[in-house]
Design a binder for this molecule. Sequence first.
Ligand code: GLU
Length: 473
Amino acid sequence: MPVVTRFAPSPTGFLHIGGARTALYNWLFAHHHQRFGDGGRFLLRIEDTDRARSSEAAVTAILDGLQWLGLDWDGDAISQFERASSHQSAAHQLVNSGEAYYCYCSADELTVMREKARSEGLKRMYDGRWRDRDPSEAPDGVKPVVRLRAPQTGVTTIKDLVQGEVKVANEELDDMVLLRADGTPTYMLAVVVDDHDMGVTHVIRGDDHLTNAFRQCQLYQALGWSLPEYAHIPLIHGPDGAKMSKRHGALGVDSYRDEGFMPDALRNYLLRLGWSHGDAEIISTEQAIEWFDLTSVGRSAARFDFAKLTNLNGHYIRMADDQTLTNLVIGLLQKKYDGRLAEGTSDRLKKGMKGLKERAKTIVELFESAEFYAKTRPLEMDEKAQGILDSDTRKHLSQLQEDLVALTNWQPDAIETTVKAFAESAQLKLGKVAQPLRAAITGTTVSPSIFDVMAVLGREEALGRIEDAITQV
Ligand code: GLU
């Protein structure tokens, strides 16, 4: 049977890291079955029924986040709010079949009932007083809610693909409200009707929804629909074991993008956060589609490790092709310098990328380390570079400049040979020459091989920067 999964975020904020992982698992499971099974679809439903807390901005942030992560969905995103009439008809169908009933309790009555239940230590808050009462007894002017006539004995069992068999005694569950007095559907009803109408076969979501699954299961049974498979995945915790919060990096996916994380790296990291395949750490998307299954999702909460994510990101940066990285860095440079970049910056970056990407752990680091390629002469020097360029080192640079001017073959090896020969003849350690040279060429004290950098910049620019350093006071 073809598999249908869905991601069902509530648009009350950004796409956070836990939501992104849920989306990824659903996406992978569908793609796995599309590739290796009877077919698979991954659907997106925006659970926007809470009008006060939902916003268009949050919907946009979620869609952008998913797109940036490469988690494309099949068909159009579905709005739960717009499906209210389907939810209402399902509730009326239940009333007609006797599986649901009208309850006319007032708010005050319910408060008294809840207090009584609490004082008696009962889990069920509603005492079922309208289950079998004739609606002709309804008080005047009270608009009723619709409640499910839930089973009062026996157990409800979920065979969860991650949690195993989980049970609850039916006597612990209330006759839940399906339609409010104003006729609007409750969340619990909406989820079940939508999942059914969308043909969802596998509900993969955070285990904070496990208790909802019992109620949803009762609703499926009342409607005579077959249950989907459930897979409730453990939540993500911070490194200290506490529930993931902002201080642990529980930020929107967009902040990871802004901090310079690559979508492939974040995807790989989120995949491993709660799922494993032997010892494999670096897993391409193709490989993930092939390997992904729900049986290998761990049962205990995963711990978010920012350092691990950062290292993995460094790996993906080293693996990325130079043009992609150049485009990303150019984007950041354009922003910082308001579009005023030195001529040929893009070309320089592409040529210099091999050296730059060896060190960077994030795109932001890559951009910072590449700035000297985009700057125009005379270069601004950072404090350390300024400190290195004193009268002695400037004198050496001006002597070295003569040798470099005479060099016709402007290649890294030839430049290196020239600089080394100069250091030897001046009886200086190579560092004593290379560091001032680096300061002059890059305006900083850290860079890839300075000989490579000079070759990338080209003869004229490199000699010009040396000249600036010698003459600047
Ligand atoms: N809208 C719910 C949430 O954002 C998800 C509900 C579900 O997956 O069934 O947590």
